[in-house]
Structures are given as C-alpha cells and as structure tokens.
Write a protein that binds this ligand. Sequence first.
Ligand code: SD4
Length: 331
Amino acid sequence: MKRRKFLKNASLTGVAITVGNSLVACKEEGSSVVVTTAKNAVRPLVIATWNTPNAVEAAAAVLSKGGTALDAVEQGCRIEEANEKGQSVGKGGLPDRDGNVTLDACIMNDKGNYGAVVCVQNIMHVISVARKVMEETPHVLLAGKGAEQFAVSQGFQREDLLTEASKKAWEKWKVKSEYKPIINIENHDTIGMLAIDKDGNISGACTTSGLAYKMAGRVGDSPIIGSGLFIDNEIGGATATGLGEEVLKTVGSFLIVELMRQGKTPQQACEEAIGRIVNKPNRNYKNFQVGYIAVNKQGEYGAYSIHEWFSYNLYKDKENKNYKSDFYNKA
Ligand code: SD4
C-alpha cells in the first residue's frame, strides 16, 4: 500500500481532514503523521462478528468476482441463516419464551439506504427480505405478520425454523424458566458483516434470532439502524453483537461511525462505544456481553468487546482468518 507521509503536525494528529473532495484519515506513526487516502485503501475487505469463516468466505467470493459490497454481505449472512447449528441466527435459532423462533435483520448500502424486518416467523433468509424492503417498498422497516406476508409475496418459502436441538434446549429451559441474558461466549453467533468492494464502496448487514427465551415481541439492536448496524460510505461502518438493549440505549453503531468522522480510528471508536456502556452508573456489565466491529473508508478496522472471547473473521489480502478481539473487563 502506498502511503504519503507528512511531517508531524500536532493540530492534525488523530483528526479527519479533507483533501479536495475526498476524506482522508490521519494517524501518528513514529514521528510523522500518515495520511491514507480512500484511493489506496485496503480492498476488497470483509469483516464479520464471531467465528464465521464460511460466511466471510461466501462474501469474499462475491467480491473477488468483482461483485458489490451489498451482494457480498447479503450472501455472507445467508450462510449463517441456513446454518442450523448457529443458535442465534436463522434456522435453528433459539425461540422466545413461547417457543416461537422470531428473526430480525437489516441491511444498509453505500447510498445510505436501509431495509429491515423485525420479529419475523417462518422465513429463513430474513436478510434477503430486508434487502427487498429496501429495494422494493417505499418503507424501511416491516414487522411481524406484515413482513412475513411481504416475504411470501416476494417468493420466499414459509418453513418451520425450530429445529429439534433448539426445541429441546427450550424445553429444558422451561423447567426453571429463568431469564438471564447470557454473558457470552459460545452461544452468540448473531452475524453482523461489513464489506468494502473493489470500488471502495461499503455496505453492511446484520441478522439474528435475538436473545434466547426473550419475551414474545421483543426486538433487539440488530435490525435497528444506528444500533446494530450503520454505514456511511464517506466514513465507514460498524455493527454490533451482544445484549441488544445496551446497544440500543447507546445507539452504538451510529456512535462509532460518528466518532470515526471526528477522526478516531475504528479501534478507538469501538473502545469509546464500549466505554459509553460500561461507564454508565448502575450498569452491571459483568453480566452481559457487547461486541463491536468497525471499518473505515481506508480499510482500517477495529473490534472491541466488554468481555473476553468475542472474535471476528476478517478477509483481507486474500486471507480469511478468525481473530480474538481486545476487551474491556480484564479484572
Ligand atoms: C440481540 N444483539 O437481539 C442481538 C443478540 C446477539 O449474539 O447479538 N446475539 O440483542
């Protein structure tokens, strides 16, 4: 990657500045300020929450053939929706307290358009329904029965999303019926995905069955613009996983993109967004997990979570690998 180096200028350090029409990012490197323009950015690039190699591979395959970031994130998310072993997304997702699997999803493109569905039953590929909402309706968000009917009208098949394994887990849970948001770790696989295509355009998608054993009708952060996902093609994108209530209350993904606009790196922005949650008085963050990933227009990326064991898959320079995220609670 070719980088232009400028002499250190304290007033520029850590700020985004404009050169001509294109936004550039500055950061300190040794004794100089490095300015990376969007022109020499790392691309294509895909980043997704949790250990999601197959989803990232599918997205990368779209990008390698010259496809758009929007197609990449949709195709990537569909892999996890169809993976019955993933118990917090798509088919096989854990149900709500009444035993119904209800899905939430959203997608956002480089033009600032967004589509989402919430609390949808019986349709596996809700990410594609969200895309249809964005592209085929005058609206941005459809809920419940209306969303399901719309999906069917668009050619999606109805099917039972509750697998034997998830039904058994729910039956076991019903014995005590204790609702505790689970802190982490193995059983989170909500997928939030961000991609940059060969033209440098950014899109993102997020799909989930939400928290296991939630109240009927509960909707988390994942399908809500600015919370579970936000993209600004001039700046970058961010997406979230974990306890949606906390992400919603801090509008986490929008916050991260705005912090990047102000000059923070994706990593710094993710850390600050986690800080906004853990530093609130009376938040017992020890009992719940939230994780963020972010990219900027230059192809820099970041990830941060409250607790250990959040990870992300990254495709860059033709390699697709899982990395452990840095985290806040090191006590
Ligand atoms: C939610 N954020 O519905 C989602 C859950 C999640 O891994 O991320 N699970 O609150």
